[in-house]
Design a protein around this ligand. Structure first.
Ligand code: WTA
Length: 653
């Protein structure tokens, strides 16, 4: 990678296309859109195929099928391919537990372990196409079992280990998974999270579950149900050493990952094998300039899409060494992460703006205590990064040496869509902008009618052409797939994000345009939170609004009406907050719960969300009144004032 990158401040930029001089990038992007099939078939040849494809793309809107007729195996790409080369003795995974123990897995160890885990699954009768739920802490067994599933053609669905039993059950129920793989616990901030208890409760609610495999992590005693629950260590004793990777159709699902949408039920995003791998393999070359010697650390949890692509499939497909860390970022001291960067010589570091904001609050003295000179490139993902935070990250973590790739993408896009691509050619960076679309990505900003809008105006971000990482479907709900992504702007993929493109063609991502919150980078639907809230016996109605938060980006604020005969009280407020943690998990804990007599609604009964948002953001009503066309200006103002008073007085309590 060239170290020559320029940082430009948005305000000082002249207009025009001065910043589009990157000839290699521009040429590649143009070529990729002019002849996508040729472009992507060249990229696909970077992977090993059992059988090459008959057709690069079948595009029957809204379904894109890539490398049709081709056969490959994702585990083979990430493991076997490397053990056939000198990389067999190279580090694949540096693992560090929160409690300080470490495990280092070479590619040949990874190969051996993956084979044994695949054999364990096979011996339990798991077959190609079966869904397997993984509910594990950030320990090597998590990527091991993802790869083991891929090896035999089983479809994994990883459930974030911070989700509670109900949220877990919703996901398992939808996939009808037969096996859960969990652990006797995991460490978080010095405490043990009782994953097995939660898995037991979820299994009680989900009759599809036949077996629970338990990994020993903490050594805490856990109840084991005879005939259903099995220790991994005993199963491994019986396991075969080699399991042939199954040649999978390119269009066979690799995994299902649930994410929040605008209704209460999470969406099971289905990703393909061939398209997903090709897209991610190429993207990591372009965005991170990932190389043999890279030590790559993505701090996300594997339970989110970032972990799937950026911890497991993309870096391992490149034969890079990855760092996997189990615990909390600031535990036991707030320089834990910087200690890890120094210890393993991390060269590429990829994290969320929320984490950077948190470290910025702790102060630069913490990273300054460490030698971070191994770092070459920094990444940001999950939410917009504010320019001041970008500058801090650049200065104190990157030593004013490392470019920052601000990467915009989604669970549904499978991989990075908009980002600088220093692996192709460095371009001037603008703090706060994700810059330009990757080759093959036809991103534009449009108005409500779908017309492209002039630079500087805010609109909706859409993608006009299919790309190989595009989700295949919503599991079991094709109608929702069509409605969520393809009906708002027919023929184009609707991202649900607001964006602005500047005079230089750079994209500025401005947050969600739909009812989805981003709390500490985690995607949570307001409807999911509202459904969980009204399942509390005292609650009649609930509405959620996202309040701007200096660290988390957005915080959850709940407006609640109570059932007749129930009186508001501080205890009830606490109980409702607890209830949300119980039903969804700690990420759903609200920052504030406001009791109101009624929720502000339009005459047709829709909650006035923009009004709630204005109240919690402390914004004036502005031209909001025109947006709620069904309701009189006076009514909106009245509702606004009364809610504002309630939220103000709650602050004093
Ligand atoms: C937001 C995470 C601004 C966006 C990979 C998107 C971002 C949602 C960025 C997807 C970024 C992600 N700048 N916003 N660099 N990256 N987002 O599915 O609103 O958890 O729609 O995928 O995160 O969240 P998801």
């Amino acid at each position: 990678m060239s170290s020559s990158h320029e940082v430009d401040s948005a305000s000082s930029l002249p207009t025009g296309l001065r910043l589009w001089p990157s000839k290699r990038y521009a040429e590649m992007h143009r070529r990729s859109l002019e002849d996508p099939e040729r472009f992507w078939s060249e990229e696909a040849r970077k992977l090993d195929w059992y059988k090459t494809w008959d057709r690069v793309l079948d595009w029957t809107p809204p379904y894109a099928r890539w490398f049709v007729g081709g056969k490959l195996n994702a585990c083979y790409q990430c493991v076997d391919r490397h053990v056939k080369t000198w990389r067999r003795s190279k580090v694949a995974i540096y693992w560090e537990g929160e409690t300080g123990e470490t495990r280092v897995l070479s590619y040949s160890t990874l190969f051996r372990e993956v084979n044994r885990c695949a054999s364990v699954l096979q011996k339990l009768g798991v077959k190609k196409g079966d869904r397997i739920a993984l509910y594990l802490p950030m320990i090597p067994e998590l990527p091991l079992f993802m790869l083991a599933c891929a090896r035999i053609g089983a479809v994994h669905t990883v459930i974030f280990s911070g989700f509670s039993a109900q949220a877990m059950c919703d996901r398992i129920f939808d996939t009808q998974a037969k096996v859960i793989i969990t652990a006797d616990g995991g460490y978080r901030r010095g405490k043990i999270v009782a994953l097995k208890d939660i898995a037991d409760e979820a299994a009680r609610l989900c009759p599809s579950v036949e077996k629970i495999i338990v990994v020993k992590r903490t050594g805490e005693p856990v109840p084991m149900t005879k005939g259903r629950d099995l220790w991994l260590s005993s199963l491994l004793d019986e396991a075969e050493m080699l399991v042939k990777p199954e040649p999978m159709e390119s269009t066979h699902p690799l995994y299902i990952l649930y994410t929040s949408g605008t209704t209460g039920k999470p969406k099971g995003v289905v990703h393909s094998t061939g398209g997903y791998l090709v897209f991610n393999n190429s993207a990591y070359e372009w965005v991170f300039d990932i190389r043999e010697e890279s030590v790559y650390w993505c701090t996300a949890d594997v339970g989110w899409v970032t972990g799937h692509s950026s911890i497991v499939y993309a870096p391992l497909s490149h034969g890079a060494a990855i760092v996997l860390y189990e615990g909390a970022p600031d535990y036991p001291t707030v320089d834990r992460w910087w200690d890890i960067v120094e210890k393993y010589g991390v060269s590429i570091f990829y994290t969320s703006p929320t984490a950077v904001r948190m470290f910025m609050r702790y102060g630069e003295e913490w990273p300054l205590k460490h030698d971070l000179s191994s770092l070459e490139l920094l990444g940001s993902v999950g939410e917009p990064i504010n320019p001041e935070v970008w500058q801090w990250y650049y200065k104190y973590i990157g030593g004013e040496r490392c470019p920052i790739v601000d990467t915009w993408w989604q669970t549904e896009t499978g991989g990075i869509m908009i980002s600088p691509t220093p692996g192709i050619e460095p371009i001037p960076l603008k703090p706060g902008s994700a810059t330009l679309p990757l080759p093959g990505v036809d991103a534009v900003v449009v108005d409500a009618e779908g017309n492209e809008i002039p630079p500087g105006q805010t609109g909706f971000l859409i993608i006009r052409k299919p790309w190989p990482g595009l989700l295949m479907d919503i599991y079991g709900d094709p109608q929702r797939y069509q409605e969520s992504y393809w009906s708002r702007f027919p023929g184009s993929y609707y991202t649900g994000d607001f964006a602005m493109r500047d005079e230089d063609g750079y994209f500025w991502l401005l947050g969600r345009a739909d009812e989805v919150l981003k709390v500490a980078g985690h995607r949570i639907g307001t409807a999911e939170l509202e459904d969980a809230t009204i399942s509390h016996p005292a609650v009649a109605e609930a509405a959620v609004a996202g309040k701007p938060d200096p660290v988390k980006g957005e915080a959850i604020v709940l407006f609640v009406t109570l059932k007749k005969g129930t009186s508001p009280s501080p205890d009830l407020r606490k109980e409702i907050a607890q209830h949300l943690r119980r039903v969804i998990g700690p990420i759903a804990a609200p920052d504030a719960v406001y009791f109101v007599d009624s929720l502000p609604k339009t005459r047709s009964g829709k909650i006035m969300r923009r009004l709630l948002k204005a109240v919690v953001s402390g914004q004036s009503l502005g031209d909001l009144t025109t947006l709620e066309d069904e309701t009189s200006v006076d009514e909106v103002k009245k509702a606004y004032e009364s809610l504002r008073k309630i939220s103000e007085s709650a602050k004093d309590n």
